[in-house]
Write a protein that binds this ligand. Structure first.
Ligand SMILES: C[S@@+](CC[C@H](N)C(=O)[O-])C[C@H]1O[C@@H](n2cnc3c(N)ncnc32)[C@H](O)[C@@H]1O
Length: 257
């Protein structure tokens, strides 16, 4: 079932993976792709509406019942698999809020590095490198939508491109976009030190060399100057009342993404 370029379609690759999971009895014999597949995360994600043909060593798989034996079979027998992670797709990796512990998916085998490329209205792309075991799952298309919303807010509200705060910056997509958009200064902040580490790398690969400051604190505790814009991008379900209140105190414009 290979294309002439040598790649197999995603559903064929996933069937191959499910067959191994059935043989190793971590899913029922009558398992289906819809119910029992692991979550397939692409090692290189460029948003596209075309059918997905998968190259070698590009898929990162996530399932709560993976074992070391299955992981080793998947890496050795399915050429497209580059990493096998154990964990629940429903759980949030990283740090949910200021009071939570940092959590990770377990790497059973392989390399969990993922690169996302986001197209933007600037004609310039935003590129994010992440470790899928420790940085939240968010596909490029979702981040593109966030960048679009931010872009429209700035245009429709005539926001001054002075100081911007990316209050919960994570890997840095929103703040990096603001820097590319021409803000004089972008303040990046995140409570999770592992995010700050990834952010520094992402600033470098996006060519942002100056015009920014980085803080590693709960936003609620951050001492920050007055800003023209503050962007809030919390995990779904997190209560952001206190964070929004603080943002409104320091910034003329507050966008909750
Ligand atoms: C949805 S993610 C942000 C995604 C981000 N826009 C990106 O480009 O990766 C939410 C982030 O909020 C951070 N966070 C959670 N509670 C926080 C708090 N009280 N103060 C600052 N950062 C916080 C998390 O560490 C996480 O990186």
């Amino acid at each position: 079932m290979k294309c002439e370029c040598g790649k197999r379609p995603l559903d064929i690759v996933m069937s191959h993976i499910l067959k191994i999971m059935i043989e190793d009895e971590i899913v029922p014999e009558r398992a289906t792709l819809r119910r029992n597949s692991p979550v397939p995360l692409s090692g290189f994600y460029y948003s596209s509406l075309n059918p997905q043909f998968i190259g070698e060593k590009t898929l990162i798989l996530l399932h709560p019942d993976f074992t070391e034996d299955v992981a080793s079979r998947l890496i050795n027998e399915v050429p497209e698999v580059k990493c096998v992670l154990k964990g629940s797709p429903q759980s949030t990796v990283g740090q949910l809020d200021r009071n939570s512990q940092i959590s990770h998916f377990e790497i059973l085998e392989g390399d969990d590095t993922q690169i996302n490329v986001m197209r933007t209205l600037l004609g310039d792309k935003v590129v994010l490198l992440k470790r899928q075991s420790r940085h939240h799952i968010e596909v490029a298309m979702t981040t593109e939508e966030k960048l679009l919303r931010l872009h429209n807010y700035i245009n429709n509200n005539d926001v001054k491109k002075g100081v911007a705060v990316d209050a919960m910056c994570g890997l840095g997509a929103l703040g990096i976009y603001l820097a590319k958009l021409g803000f004089e200064k972008v303040i990046f902040n995140d409570v999770n030190p592992e995010m700050i580490e990834a952010l520094k790398y992402n600033l470098e690969i996006n060519g942002i060399t100056d015009g920014y400051e980085i803080f590693n604190e709960a936003f609620e505790d951050l001492e920050v100057e007055n800003a023209d814009l503050c962007v809030i991008d919390a995990f779904p379900g997190v209560d952001v009342d206190e964070i929004v209140k603080k943002a409104e105190e320091i910034a003329d414009n507050v966008v909750v993404i």
